[in-house]
Design a protein around this ligand. Structure first.
Ligand code: C2O
Ligand code: CU
Ligand code: CU
Length: 492
């Protein structure tokens, strides 16, 4: 048998496949009676960081193509400031963030600060502007004094190119620090992305079928690395800031053998941390996680999550978590816990969270229907591209789909008439999930990306506080967004 090269192993999504030990640095850890997991043996890297001081952070983000270190090799990718992920931006409530975006790409782009509660107008979080190749744009984001702490991220949002640009490497994390620090022995930023590289190290393109299904990469990376590893001592409480920047992958994460407590998702902090065994992150979601360590070896895995399919499509099996190929999912990173135990940290203080709109008066109720259907001119068995619509329409930046009144609380019923899931995202204002397929949600759950299951229905409430202006809502399977599954909201 011919030895599989490291490149080939990576192309095959070789993590988690016993036969593809990657080069000399390969490590094979056998976990209980489950299949062995291969990790690359590289130390987990931390993305570069820039933090605010005196209430301000000024950064220059240059989006450019280059030969970028990615998955253990040099890849012809796109990056902010030459690194994938781009720099992590650390902020506090009340800060002003100024970003000079320099577009050295061959295509138009722009910037979105996903989840931040800031104005969508002017040079704020305005995704309706275009920054042409060679041009620069000065963004300014003013975080309110009561901005929720948590994990956020930034990425391009130029309609029609979002999936391509993120898949090629344009994304980075944003952290809004807690007003009162939460005790942790270490904080790790884990930016999870997916991509595919061809034999020459170029980012693979997407077919029409990939776009309709939502492309999934052959590689799932943590901080741009394939299967990094890191170590801890028993009894430590680590804080993990996890971002799912994948274009379409739903990440069902497990870290068996370790104790997980979820502080919150997106900007929605729970009152008290929730013990969990599994964590489902839709594309765009973030998790603020505490990991209390127990001696042993653990692998962070992304299990296969069925997100449906359109008739005639082959399902979401093209990516690294092909259920047939990898029943245990993909191994993303490995944690070795060994050595002298450390003393436990005090319990986490209760958090205020974002409040609860379940018994609030609702000013307006809306029906929002997510659909996927045959496009014009596509005959039976034809190879045309499907239409992805919200309330029957494809995105048009000149049209306003929803007009809301500043200060109001609205209730939206999100209905998915298609046989595949759509993760619904609203900019600027977080959504409280109050009902799932007819059953009331009996906890306070705030997210800015909410899964609307295939043929399912979810009710959310939104409080249009603080800001006015035009912004967008869309499916965060970014291929669907690029195909038109997006609408404009104007809050006045
Ligand atoms: Cu993460 Cu409109 O996007
Ligand atoms: Cu967003
Ligand atoms: Cu979708």
């Amino acid at each position: 048998m011919q030895p599989i090269s490291r490149r080939k192993a990576l192309l095959l999504g070789g993590l988690g496949t016993a036969a593809t030990v990657a080069g000399g640095a390969g490590v094979l850890w056998t976990l209980g009676n489950s299949r062995p997991a291969t990790v690359s043996g590289v130390e987990l890297a931390t993305p570069p960081e820039a933090g605010s001081a005196g209430g301000q952070l000024q950064v220059r983000l240059e989006a450019a193509p280059g030969q970028i270190p990615l998955a253990g090799r040099q890849a012809a990718a796109l990056a902010y400031n030459g690194s994938i992920p781009g720099p992590t931006l650390r902020l506090r409530a009340g800060d002003v963030l100024r970003i000079k975006l320099v577009n050295n790409l061959a295509a138009p782009t722009n910037l979105h600060v996903h989840g931040l509660h800031v104005t969508p107008e002017g040079n704020g979080d305005n995704v309706l502007i275009t920054v042409e190749p060679g041009a620069t744009f000065d963004y300014e984001y003013r975080l309110p004094e009561d901005h929720p702490p948590g994990v956020y991220w930034y990425h391009p949002h130029h309609h029609g190119m979002v999936a391509d640009q993120i898949f090629a490497g344009l994304f980075g994390a944003i952290i809004v620090e807690d007003p009162e620090p939460i005790g942790a022995s270490i904080e790790r930023v884990l930016v999870i992305s997916d991509t595919s590289l061809d034999g020459l190290g170029n980012i693979a393109g997407a077919t029409d079928m990939d776009r309709m299904m939502g492309r999934e990469g052959q590689l799932i990376l943590v901080n741009g690395q394939s299967g990094p590893q890191f170590t801890a001592r028993p009894g430590e409480r680590e804080r993990w800031r996890i971002v799912n920047t994948c274009v379409s992958c739903y990440l069902r994460l497990r870290l068996d053998g370790q104790q997980l407590q979820l502080l919150g998702m997106d900007s929605g902090r729970f009152q008290t941390p929730e013990d969990i065994e599994e964590l489902l992150l839709m594309p765009g979601n973030r998790a603020d996680l505490l990991v209390t360590t127990t001696a042993g070896d653990s692998v962070l895995r992304a299990l296969y999550q069925d997100r449906g399919s359109m008739p005639g499509m082959m399902g979401a099996g093209s990516g690294a978590r092909n259920p047939a190929g990898q029943p245990d999912g993909a191994a993303l990173a490995a944690l070795r816990v060994a050595g002298e135990p450390v003393a436990p940290l005090p319990a986490v203080p209760a958090s205020q969270g974002l409040g609860d709109l379940r018994s609030s008066a609702v000013a307006a109720r809306r029906q929002i229907v997510l659909a996927a259907g045959m496009g014009g001119g596509m005959g039976m068995g034809g190879a045309g591209i499907m239409r992805f619509t919200i309330n029957g329409r494809e995105f048009n930046s000149a049209r306003t789909d929803i007009t809301a009144t500043a200060g109001d609380i609205e209730e939206w019923t999100l209905t998915n008439t298609s046989p595949m899931d759509h993760p619904f995202h609203l900019h600027v204002w977080p959504m409280q999930v109050i009902e799932q397929d007819g059953a009331a949600v009996d906890a306070v759950r705030w997210q800015d990306v909410v899964n609307i299951p295939a043929n399912g229905r979810v009710k959310v409430r939104v409080h249009f506080r603080d800001f006015r202006g035009r912004s967008v809502f869309h499916c965060h399977i970014l291929d669907h967004e690029d195909l038109g599954m997006m609408g404009v909201i104007d809050v006045q």
